[in-house]
Design a protein around this ligand. Structure first.
Ligand SMILES: Cc1cc2nc3c(=O)[nH]c(=O)nc-3n(C[C@H](O)[C@H](O)[C@H](O)COP(=O)(O)OP(=O)(O)OC[C@H]3O[C@@H](n4cnc5c(N)ncnc54)[C@H](O)[C@@H]3O)c2cc1C
Length: 339
């Protein structure tokens, strides 16, 4: 295992911002996780785990510990019956390659999450989701290294306490577990309507009536190409803010502020408000703030056009948050975690 020193973290993230990491190493087997944690403990070095860096923002002061980049491979069918196939996937596998492989196998359950950058192992961290599917729907279990006890354990779906873009890995157990592999149970049935609103609209517009996993994947990739900037050309972290969740009692006031505000009933007394709509309706879509462009095709995405530092990004973010609070009295929340 090679240990690299003084590595610019911006080269490890898709936002391309931030200072240097004192150390960085890449891990290709679960056993290497144990080794790196043992050695880091001896030297009292903190550890930050990273996959593709598409949901991580690095600060300007850098990181004084060791960044551990997960590269563990693996794609193995571990159970198969009439209706489903269960697959164990190494945490370092590229997520979209995994989706493509399962779609080619005629399996359903993750096809709507086509095109999401990053690794399979990071998926459960924020309960990755898109177009009506989230990883919690198909995740059976995970093999994780518990940095508190120093042993590998199996976590079940219930253990992860998944909710909208959240899990224990971002919350109560933040930084505790390193995910080595995930197990997904996928269906052999064809995808069935009703589909997520934007996907159904796409099918209607293209007169698509026969739904296979590949049809859904191709539609999602097409939709994403239109709405999301490619981080290899335009550095970004996808949705920079989570969608806002408001209580039922707030909806009347919100409608008074703007009768057209979209409110999606989540069925639990709470309503989802698309944060992109809020940002657009304070007039910030397409604007450039401190070198950060609020993407003109999707105001939820912040593109690093010419920001010199994390400080610039923070100034742009705080300005957006302030304007949304000022008009709608809603506190919007950043999605990518910070190192
Ligand atoms: C253009 C674009 C579009 C996107 N679209 C979506 C979308 O539609 N839906 C969505 O949910 N997200 C989306 N994202 C965000 C991101 O791609 C996902 O959250 C993805 O799952 C992150 O994977 P990653 O490997 O890059 O994780 P990283 O950014 O490397 O890490 C994210 C978090 O997970 C932790 N982590 C990573 N790997 C492990 C591991 N093996 N064990 C423990 N912790 C780990 C890190 O410490 C960090 O806290 C998008 C991002 C971009 C740039």
């Amino acid at each position: 295992m090679d240990i690299h020193t003084n590595i610019p973290i911006k080269n490890l993230t898709t936002m391309k911002i931030g200072g240097n990491a004192r150390f960085m190493t890449e891990i290709h087997t679960p056993e290497e996780i144990e080794t790196v944690y043992k050695n880091a403990k001896k030297q009292s070095l903190p550890i930050f785990v990273i996959g593709g860096g598409s949901n991580v923002i690095a600060k300007d002061e850098g990181y004084s510990g060791i960044i551990v980049r997960i590269r563990i491979p693996g794609f193995e069918v571990i159970a198969d019956d009439l209706n489903s196939t269960t697959i164990r996937i190494g945490a370092g596998e590229n997520w979209d390659s995994v989706v493509k492989r399962t779609v080619d196998m005629g399996l359903s359950g993750i096809e709507s999450m086509s095109g999401i950058p990053g690794t399979a192992g990071a998926g459960p961290v924020q309960n990755m989701g898109a177009y009506g599917q989230e990883i919690a729907d198909t995740l059976q279990s995970l093999s994780v290294f518990d940095s508190q006890t120093g042993i590998f354990i199996l976590l079940t779906n219930d253990d992860c306490k998944f909710s909208y873009r959240n899990s224990i890995f971002r919350d109560s157990a933040k930084g505790r577990y390193v995910i080595a592999s995930i197990v997904l149970k996928l269906s052999k049935n064809q995808p069935q309507p009703p589909f997520y609103e934007a996907l159904q609209k796409y099918f209607d517009e293209h007169n698509i009536k026969l739904f296979t996993q590949k049809v859904v994947r191709d539609a999602v990739l097409d939709l994403r190409n239109i709405k999301l900037p490619d981080p290899t050309n335009l550095p970004n972290s996808g949705s920079f803010f989570k969608n806002a969740i408001v209580e039922a009692w707030q909806t009347a006031d919100l409608k008074k502020i703007d009768p057209n505000i979209p409110l999606y009933d989540m069925g639990d007394g709470k309503f989802k408000v698309p944060t992109g709509w809020l940002i657009e309706n304070v007039g910030l879509k397409g604007q450039l703030l401190h070198g950060i462009r609020i993407y003109d095709k999707n105001a939820l995405v912040l593109v690093n056009e010419s920001a010199a530092s994390y400080a610039d990004l923070a100034k742009a973010r705080d300005e957006i948050v302030r304007q949304v609070i000022s008009k709608f009295h809603i506190q919007i929340e950043q999605e990518p975690l910070e190192i």
